[in-house]
Design a binder for this molecule. Structure first.
Ligand code: PMP
Length: 450
């Protein structure tokens, strides 16, 4: 429907270029304008209520109406609305948040560094890793390995790490020196008759083969999400991390765990690193760090990374990196309050308590005649659909996504996989409501296509 003249929809169409949106289609269809939120729900400007089954962009852990976060922002705004962290300056919230994150880390970490988005955190990780290689007099050690279907952001380096064609094609990416190894999706990547355990071993063998082919001394780091998110919610097979991590250790390659989605309870532990017994040298964090009430992200780096960087900066040139907003006091204050609430309410235990029902309902949806697979862990999951009448990738997923939205459920289709990643505060009966809507929407589409 074409937006009414002078409506917010018409002004949006007239002036706003949207992310991940077909611009010409948007001119025709117009935007869905959200106006307010409360708990797991958001309301559009016609008053229609939706369950936000994606927690925004996998991020609004505390739901949409947490007044304590608004109060924390207001208090900091009134006290010191801005200060930076360059050239030995600092302020309370960034120091406190750094301390808090280092103390929460499930593996020994030395320092936190602040950025404003997941992409910036990963870009910064690459720069820090390159700088470290130079500090160690290993200037050849610069290549980075990530995985096909990994998602690490959209800035030039982070988009290069991302292993999705749409983020490379037409952007002349990936940049040189970024390599993508096998996606650990058993159903689509397994060879005939290959067991899950054999597949996990083969993923590690593929990685090692790439390292040896390229020259181990040229590989600086491996980036991976504990559970792949935007690539389709891909939970690695049993034994995957147990096989991959020794390969990295053997060749002296740094491991960066991109915890941007998994961090702060999503997988049923505080970090995906704990769920899968990972030993990263760097963790990148964002999204649920502040429940996305303010943009903020962080890197945690261990002594193995921090030490050479700190020791050698007098010799190789001071760490010439930083953002105006690095450690922004208002964002840091909101993040601190957010983490306090996550701990006070023991949301990790809540996720553990709710997850069985979430997985049961996810698997029930995955048993629908149109579904080919359900996959998930904690409170993140996806169901993939297929039908021969809609063979173009994403055509069926898009239809189902639209039907869900019509019924009052916000999901997101990644190709033909529909994702579910609700706010962590969701209650069991709301999990049922969410999947009831999803099932009804799938039935709508199944009815239409026969
Ligand atoms: N890493 C992961 C795992 C992500 O899911 C995302 C965003 N979806 C990013 C990095 C990039 O974060 P941002 O959009 O804040 O740049």
């Amino acid at each position: 429907m074409k937006p009414l003249p002078n409506s917010i929809e018409a002004r949006d169409v007239a002036y706003h270029l949207h992310s991940y949106t077909d611009a010409r289609k948007h001119e025709e269809a117009g935007p869905l304008i959200m106006e307010r939120g409360e708990g797991i729900h958001v309301y559009d400007n016609n008053g229609k209520r939706y369950i936000e089954g994606m927690a925004g962009l996998w991020s609004v852990a505390l739901g949409f109406g947490e007044k304590r976060l608004a109060d924390a922002a207001m208090r900091q705004m009134e006290k010191l609305p801005y200060y930076h962290t360059f050239t030995h300056k600092g302020h309370g919230p960034s120091a406190e948040l750094a301390e808090k994150l280092v103390s929460m880390a499930p593996v020994p970490m030395s320092k936190a560094y602040f950025t404003n988005s997941g992409s910036e955190a990963n870009d910064t990780a690459i720069k820090l890793i390159w700088y470290r290689s130079n500090a160690l007099d290993q200037p050849q050690r610069k290549k980075i390995i990530s995985r096909v279907k990994g998602y690490h952001g959209v800035t030039l380096a982070a988009a290069s790490l991302t292993g999705l064609p749409n983020n490379h094609r037409s952007f002349d990416l990936p940049m040189d020196g970024v390599l993508h190894t096998t996606c650990p999706h058993y159903r689509t990547m397994k060879k005939d008759g290959e067991s899950e355990a054999d597949f996990a071993s083969r993923c590690a063998a593929d990685l090692e083969e790439m390292i040896v082919r390229e020259g181990p001394e040229t590989i600086a780091a491996f980036f991976a999400e504990p559970v792949m998110g935007a690539g389709g919610v891909i939970v690695p097979p049993q034994g995957y991390w147990e096989a991959v991590q020794p390969v990295l250790k053997k060749h002296g390659i740094l491991f960066v765990a991109d915890e941007v989605i998994c961090g702060f309870g999503r997988t049923g532990r505080m970090f995906g690193t704990e769920t899968f017994n990972l030993e990263p040298d760097i963790m990148t964090l964002s999204k649920q760090l502040s429940s996305s009430y303010m943009p903020i992200s962080a890197l945690l780096v261990n002594e193995n990374v921090y030490g050479p960087v700190a020791d050698e900066s007098a010799r190789i040139g001071v760490w010439g990196h930083g953002y105006t907003g690095s450690g922004h006091p208002v964002a840091a204050a909101v993040a601190l309050e957010n983490l306090k609430i996550i701990e006070e309410r023991d949301l990790v235990a809540h996720v553990q308590a709710i997850s069985p029902r979430f997985m049961e309902r996810l698997n029930q949806l995955g048993a629908h005649g149109l579904a080919v697979e359900a996959r998930g862990i904690g409170l993140i999951g996806a169901v993939e659909f297929a039908h021969e009448s809609l063979p173009n990738a994403g055509a069926l997923g898009g239809r189902i996504n639209k039907a869900m939205q019509e019924r009052g459920l916000i999901s997101r289709n990644m190709g033909d996989a529909l994702a579910f990643c609700p706010p962590l505060i969701i209650l069991e009966k709301q999990v049922d409501e969410m999947f009831d809507l999803a099932e009804a929407a799938v039935a709508d589409v199944a009815g239409e296509i026969g």
